[in-house]
Design a protein around this ligand. Structure first.
Ligand SMILES: [Zn+2]
Length: 194
């Protein structure tokens, strides 16, 4: 099993193992079976490392219909990899609809909409990001963040995995370990119900 930090923000489906009772308390959206904590619904993991509690945030607008991202679609996904000049996302919401599978999203540094030195100041693995699809080639969605509504809507501390809080100066602070981090924030950072 992945470390707690690697699991933070991970997208899960019902039945997925999200922890063990020796390690965590079972929080909202989870259940315990034979000493293992499992996801009760579709959503993403939030590990509260100070309270040792694992929860699964349930998307509130779950709809079954299949849906394909198109140029202009606004999508939400989880960052899976961050590199110097680009990042990759697993897209699971297109407009108001939740997908049954995933599309891969690629965001290049030239489409961030801000001048940034590297993509680690835009979003990091586990962060939940809202983006717009520019084009779709070979099932890969090329993404843009060039709008105030686009960017990270939830971000997690690189140091300890706790959910980061936005300060007035737009920096993010981890209230658990005091770490300060930068992201390209959506204007409604931390307020979106998924
Ligand atoms: Zn922290």
């Amino acid at each position: 099993m992945l470390s707690a930090l690697d699991r933070q923000g991970m997208f899960v489906v019902p039945g997925d193992k999200v922890g063990v009772i020796e390690e965590f308390l079972s929080g909202p959206g989870t259940y315990v079976e034979d000493g293992e904590i499992r996801a009760a619904n579709v959503g993403f993991l939030l590990l509260n490392l100070s309270a040792r509690k694992v929860s699964v945030f349930r998307p509130t607008r779950l709809k079954g219909a299949a849906c394909v991202p198109r140029p202009g679609s606004v999508v939400i996904g989880e960052v899976s990899e961050t590199h110097q000049t680009y990042l990759l996302m697993r897209i699971w919401i297109v407009g108001p609809k939740h997908l049954s599978g995933f599309f891969t999203g690629l965001l290049h540094i030239s489409n961030v909409g801000l001048r940034v030195r590297n993509m680690f100041n835009v979003a990091r693995p586990g962060d939940i990001v809202r983006a717009r699809v520019v084009s779709v080639k070979n099932r890969i969605c090329h993404l843009s963040l060039a709008d105030r509504r686009l960017g990270a809507i939830y971000a997690f501390c690189s140091n300890c995995g706790e959910l980061l809080k936005a300060r007035k100066d737009k920096k993010l602070i981890c209230e658990a370990c005091g770490s300060l981090e930068l992201r390209k924030l959506a204007s409604d950072y931390g307020e979106t119900a998924l």
